[in-house]
Design a protein around this ligand. Sequence first.
Ligand code: DPP
Ligand code: ZN
Length: 854
Amino acid sequence: PTPIRREDYRPPDWLVPAISLDFDLDPARTVVRARLEVTRNGAHDRPLVLDGAGQQPLAVRVDGREVNDWRQQDGGLVVPLAGEAHVIETEVEIAPETNTQLMGLYASGGLLCTQCEAEGFRRITFFPDRPDVLATYTVRMTADRETFPVLLANGNRTGAGLLDDGRHWAEWHDPFPKPCYLFALVAGDLQANVGGFTTMSGRQVELAIWVREADLPKTEHAMSALKAAMAWDEQTYGREYDLDLFNIVAVADFNFGAMENKSLNIFNSRYVLADPDTATDADYDAIAAVVAHEYFHNWSGNRVTCRDWFQLSLKEGFTVFRDQGFSADQGSPAVKRIEDVRSLRASQFPEDAGPLAHPIRPESYLEISNFYTATIYNKGAEVIRMMATILGPRSFRAGADHYFMRHDGEAATCEDFVRAMEFGAGVDLSQFRLWYSQAGTPRVAARLTADPGGGRATLNLAQSIPSTPGQPDKQPMVIPLRLRLFAWGSGAAIGEEQLVLLDTPEKTIVFEGVGERPVLSINRGFSAPVIVEADRTAADLAFLSRHDDDPFARYEAMQQLMLDTLIERVSTGEADHGPVVAAVADTLADPALDRAFVGEAVLLPSESFIGDGMLVVDPEAIHAAREALRRDLGRKLESEWRAALADGADAPFALTPEAKGRRRLRGIALGYVAASEAKDGGAIAFRQFERADNMTDRMAGLVTLVNLAADEREAALDIFYNRYSDDALVIDKWFSAQALATRDGTLDEVIALAKHRDFTLANPNRARALIGAFGVNQRIFHAASGRGYAFYADQLLALDRLNPQTAAKLLPPLGRWRRFDEDRAALMRDQLRRIVDTPGVSKDLFEQASKSLE
Ligand code: DPP
Ligand code: ZN
């Protein structure tokens, strides 16, 4: 296959100002009639080329007359046209019920629904399937009235009626020109939770969340999140909603988390449905974040869309930044920042350090679905955040206003965004643009030297950017580092916080008025997505974990202290746990800290994150070192953990930040009590599991129990399964809790679970719950026998036959062979080669596997 390259972009030969679609809906055989008004774009004599997916056109008409001089090419349709403007009509037949890729029009749990981003629309009808072709859509749907009583599409409903054969029809019109990836329709037996919102200019908007009737009680949280998001976007960005209707539909089978189709968002049901008995606090937070994310796309994505898919981060990075800001404002900004950085480090840093590393604006791809990555989304958001940090809030807002005003209704580029920021804020971001073109996580070495008695300290900073595939040499970037010094002894801050722009290979900063020995707090708030290597002792880190006034930096000092201790133990077989134990004890005892923050701060780095800090990952040694530290913390602070466990345990469920914080800390405390090997550890976990009035506490019990070899383990799994056997989203948790267990025997259990009657690769959530969770379980996935790799490759190949996009997204763990010893590396490469050599492998999976072998 030939790669698509960014530099090959050319404007479309033909524009399509308007399209009318007529769907005769049926799961087995849907007829799609399309009427495109096309206009020649510029002076050229090239034919009209419409993308397709190999459908056989039943008819092609030009200006109302049947023609036959068209031909099929690469699954699409080529139609020679003589004039400047024509009307093209085509008719095709598709079969939604056999669409296992879940791209285009497909069936899910009795519904018919669509997913078109990135290139699904061509699977519905012939069309220039590229985001810079914007059309107004008129959509007519006809369907059986009993099976599909609700018919939805983008925009407003302009007509509906009954037909005499048990069928009915509806017509919708969307006045906003949009790219076809934002087209959507839904047909099904759905009920709506209906709400209302008055916009800042006083317009009434009807909000509806459509679900199966039985799920209606679970839609309240999504509804209130939607209203909060609408208000937040008005207050924070001055962005108002632009239609009279906003629909959300929940579907059970979905590749993404959700999709921002204009005024008809389609959601993976896991990001809509919640009640205390079935959703954890993390689920509640994720629902609010995704509802906000998709809503915010109405401006950052829909009103201003992307010129081509290389610009994907234009809408995704910016929209993630926006949803992160929303979530921060709804709860604790410090805890939100910690969570976001943890997830960046868990998914994006390894990507940036591995064979699939790419800049946030890639240069080429085989399959665009493979570029919906943590780099495009999460690093993309960090890049926007750095601009906001450098510009300051007022200038950043001015830049954003200018961007929306200047490009409203257009298909824009990342360059347009940066230029709008420069114009709105009056700054020069020339060198900053390297963040768009250079991949790899920069490293910053920081060395602070104090001049004894001289009242002065000197900070030396040096940056380096590792080479990544296709990019051996890098230019120095602009790295905004918020930093501050603290006085050892008193713990007082020395001077104000500074924002240093490290924009040269090295930089020296001199601090005056330094009386006591200074300790460096750097990259505060995680102001840049970099790895800082500061020469700080365990004592310095312990000091910062108590005294730093930036909550993120305080958390970070603790993490670094834990990480240094763990890595020392992995490499030498021993380490002094004392400083970590003391720092954790002090954090637990500090009444000024909110419990959610304490929970984050006392949590040990994950096994994979420890691995990322090592030259060669030794999964067994890492597991052993982490368990040893967990056991020590559990034993030495046993009474503190038991106190945290009791704190709020008997209070009835509430979704307040305080109650959530206590639950978070309770769950972590439970893990430590179990790790201490206290005799009653299993019994305490089981009691919490059984008595909980909410899923957060119950899951905390379950994930503790699955790691105990106790009898309680089997009992808890059975009780949980029987209680929730008809709730797919909860059964997903049952699968992933087992796939994430690190105890011996997990590998066999996962292999057995893949044969469980409730396991299916056809549902992406279920596939991710078992196979996806297994892939990130470092100790078990990397079993020295290689059985984990072989099982994983088997599953990926089976999934690839159904749903290439979802299979390819799961490949990366297998591609990280360079990080492991030779034996494991060879076993991993064997599986990658097997995938690449499989006849009929999708281009999605092929691209990921072949790049991972290079
Ligand atoms: N649905 C995905 C998202 O919202 C892709 N646009 O990020
Ligand atoms: Zn998005």
